[in-house]
Design a protein. Structure first.
Length: 235
């Protein structure tokens, strides 16, 4: 199977130029599904820290690149929404955040903010022993005894211990960002959640202090903390 991906057909979330060359690297197996951006693309095309796959491999072999607090080993590892990139030697840390138009952007954060990662709860079930298992948007699973966490909520997970250190409920009044659709990258407060009968998607009305607000389907919004909006890029 080819390890290359045609630029013209990459997912819209990938922050790459479509017409500068025919191919780019193909994402490997891992979290975030097809929307995951290969680590090499971020290192080479977005940050400009390496010029080639060889240079990226050297950096990874020397534990110079952290993904969610762990040393990255594969330059094709998919990187996606809310992942944390760390470069300890540079003392630089970034959060992957949805930018305007749905393209993923990197937001610079402080070192202490790089110790945990936000995740949207997309699944919840009871497992043997009575614990609750949560599935997050990137496929990560967690065990918790907190029954207050519900589907569509967001949790902040410590990268080392995997403990939930914060919980944000999906409800009217919650701060959210749109991560897909025509309003991707926009931020506002949930004004109203409209439940749709049958199999259709519920809709969410979002108000904004600066802007007209917007309406979208609830699958496209993620609850965030106000600290996540600091320094958000529009790239």
């Amino acid at each position: 199977m080819s390890k290359h991906q045609k630029r013209l057909s990459v997912p819209k979330s990938w922050p790459v130029e479509r017409k500068t060359a025919t191919f780019t690297v193909k994402a490997g197996a891992g979290p975030h599904g097809e929307a995951g951006v290969p680590l090499l693309v971020l290192l080479r095309d977005v940050l400009g820290y390496v010029d080639s796959k060889k240079e990226a491999r050297y950096a990874l072999d020397n534990d110079s690149v952290l993904v969610n607090g762990q040393a990255a080993r594969d330059e094709r590892r998919p990187i996606g929404m809310f992942d944390i990139l760390g470069f300890p030697e540079r003392d630089e840390y970034y959060r992957v955040f949805p930018g305007t138009g749905g393209r993923l952007a990197l937001t610079a954060i402080a070192a202490d903010a790089a110790d945990s990662k936000l995740g949207k709860v997309v699944g919840k079930r009871t497992v043997a022993g009575g614990d609750t298992q949560l599935t997050l948007h990137d496929g990560q699973t967690l065990l918790t005894d907190d029954d207050d966490v519900a589907g569509k909520d967001s949790v902040v997970v410590d990268n080392e211990s995997k403990d939930i250190v914060a919980h944000f409920a999906y409800e009217e009044g919650a701060l959210v960002t749109a991560v897909d659709g025509r309003h991707a990258g926009e931020i506002g407060t949930v004004e109203e959640i409209t439940v749709t009968a049958g199999s259709g998607s519920n809709t969410v009305s979002v108000s904004q202090e600066e802007g007209e607000g917007f309406e979208t389907v609830e699958e496209y919004v993620v609850v965030i903390d106000e600290n996540f909006t600091d320094g958000v890029s529009d790239e």
